[in-house]
Design a binder for this molecule. Structure first.
Ligand SMILES: [Mg+2]
Length: 298
């Protein structure tokens, strides 16, 4: 099954980007306020904190390689499970999260940046989502079809809320990208809670769950659902042997409960107070040059 083509930056887009950067640099060099509202929008847009994370997602071959790495590892784990699986045993299954694990939403984030927005916007997300503008995470589609060929059942478990049609939209995404097991009984959608435990328990009644795929600690265990950065880190360390064995993690630098741990809210408001909190997180450890000057390397 061929992968959905990954959008890459075109020459025209690169020229536009360079033009915007040049305009921003020229304004900064003049040290003056933007002359027009249009300049202001361009200026804000190129100073958007989302730029690094989204440029990484949209253009870094390394990001896409990490996705393949996750799915290559997942396949190895499935092969190991199959090797020790006897015909009379419970059927094998795996659980996969959807957003940022099997689906990428690049055009949503690109739109936010073009609009000068630097925080997740729920209203725009709900408007964007039904348009089937998602792409498959590299490696995901081939891997799930491999699972199907080996009778390893795939269950999709997601937290989404777009109202009454949430389930319909999620199922449409699976069908649109031609994922196997895209049917009602293999999809669990939690609208009111981010707790995925009930789905896991239900699946384990009939299957041996050998693998879980996600981009967020909460995709694996509910006790990861804590608000403190250090506490999350400690829980992750506690389970260090599970990473790459029971839990396969796909990287996501734009959103997830790591954001909630910083702000105390999964969808923080786009305020200057929150921008300061983001800056504090990014400079949690920072070189104090004055101290180094007093302790030169000998
Ligand atoms: Mg996710």
């Amino acid at each position: 099954m061929p992968e959905t083509p990954t959008p890459s930056i075109t020459d025209e887009e690169r020229r536009r980007l360079v033009g915007l950067m040049f305009a921003g640099g020229a304004l900064a060099a003049l040290g003056s306020a933007p002359a027009t509202a249009q300049d202001s929008a361009a200026c804000n847009s190129i100073r958007n904190p989302l730029l690094w994370a989204m440029a990484y997602k949209q253009t870094a071959a390394e990001f896409h390689a990490l996705c393949y790495q996750a799915y290559n590892l997942a396949r190895m784990r499935i092969d190991l499970a199959l090797a020790r699986h006897d015909p009379g045993d419970r059927p094998l299954a795996l659980i996969a999260d959807m957003d940022n694990t099997i689906l990428h939403a690049f055009s949503y984030w690109g739109y936010l940046i073009n609009e000068g927005k630097d925080f997740f916007d729920d209203a725009i997300w709900d408007e964007w989502l039904p348009n089937n503008l998602i792409t498959a995470v590299p490696g995901s589609n081939d891997f799930f079809h491999y699972c199907e060929s080996k009778d390893v059942e795939v269950f999709y478990v997601t937290n989404r809320n777009q109202g009454e049609r949430t389930f319909e939209y999620a199922l449409a995404h699976l069908k649109y990208l031609k994922f196997p097991y895209a049917r009602d009984e293999n999809l669990f959608v939690f609208r009111e809670s981010s707790d995925k435990t009930p789905a896991r328990r239900r699946i384990e009644e009939s299957h041996e769950v050998v693998l879980m795929l996600g981009d967020n600690l909460n995709d694996y265990r509910r006790d990861y659902y804590v608000k403190d950065v250090d506490e999350r880190m400690a829980l992750m360390e506690r389970d260090r042997d599970d990473w790459g064995t029971k839990f396969i993690l796909v990287p996501n630098p734009t959103d997830g409960h790591w954001v909630r741990a910083i702000f105390g809210d999964s969808e923080p408001a786009p305020t200057d107070e929150n921008r300061q909190i983001l800056k504090d997180a990014a400079t949690r450890v920072a070189w104090d040059r004055t101290l180094s000057a007093k302790r030169p390397v000998k």
